[in-house]
Ligand binder design. Structure first.
Ligand SMILES: C[S@@+](CC[C@H](N)C(=O)[O-])C[C@H]1O[C@@H](n2cnc3c(N)ncnc32)[C@H](O)[C@@H]1O
Length: 226
């Protein structure tokens, strides 16, 4: 099941009021640590940073804590952005599409995307857009749920295939959570995402598995083009 961009946008508009609470519950509070690690792996003091698919703004805030002097958060859901604005009115929050970023080439020193690339209609286009708006040598961090390996796998299946869909039935805006397992299964594994980043023009691509391998943090450096 692949949702059209408009359906994804309205789904996130609906879950905006419960999004932060659900994140904390579903990750037993680890999501904040993952964003901090991701931000610290690519943001350097004084950087101008784009947080794409910023949602309610927690990754952009982690980028700022990691030393960014300017952070721009971009998302296509106005209600997610309204939450972000209420947390940090001084950050610039822009409504826009990851697939057509409203910035000139080479505008940023670093870019982060947390749990956002899984939902885009064209992953390769999103990665190319991130590459385009980074200066050569600029760094990207992609944090995303991945299908886990080893001992965690059966527990993940139980959680994702049985418990999350039930939460989806009882929570307001819960349809988004019913959609979550399918979107994770469809998404490329960590090795493949690393190859797609390389194809999009990133060098030194690496990934680390976090949370017992349920989340992958990919980083890469924008290569000089031409
Ligand atoms: C799961 S939330 C992640 C929010 C935040 N990055 C975080 O770390 O919690 C995914 C976000 O991606 C946004 N999104 C999905 N596709 C998008 C697109 N094509 N352009 C801009 N935002 C998009 C949704 O509106 C939603 O806010």
């Amino acid at each position: 099941m692949t949702l059209a961009p408009e359906a994804v946008r309205s789904m996130f508009d609906r879950i905006a009021p419960v999004y932060d609470v659900m994140n904390r519950v579903m990750t037993v509070g680890l999501d904040r640590r993952w964003r901090r690690l991701a931000a610290e792996s690519v943001v350097m003091p004084g950087d101008r940073v784009l947080d794409g698919a910023c949602g309610t703004g927690d990754f952009a805030l982690a980028d700022r804590r990691a030393g960014a002097s300017e952070v721009i958060g971009l998302d296509f859901s106005e209600r997610m952005l309204a939450r972000a604005r209420s947390k940090a009115p001084d950050i610039e929050w822009i409504q826009g599409d990851l697939l057509a970023l409203p910035f000139a080439d080479g505008s940023f020193d670093a870019a982060t995307v947390g749990f956002g690339v899984r939902n885009v209609a064209d992953l390769d286009l999103a990665l190319r857009e991130l590459r385009r708006v980074l200066r050569p040598g600029g760094r990207v961090a992609i944090l995303e749920i991945t299908t886990p390996r080893g001992i965690v796998r059966p527990f993940f299946s139980l959680w994702f295939d049985r418990i999350v869909p039930v939460l989806g039935k009882v929570l307001p805006g819960g349809k988004a959570y019913a959609y979550l397992p399918a979107s994770v299964k469809r998404f490329p594994g960590a090795e493949e995402l690393a190859s797609r980043l390389a194809e999009a023009g990133f060098g030194a691509v690496r990934f680390t598995l976090l949370g017992g391998s349920i989340v992958a943090l990919h980083t890469g450096v924008a290569e000089v083009t031409g």
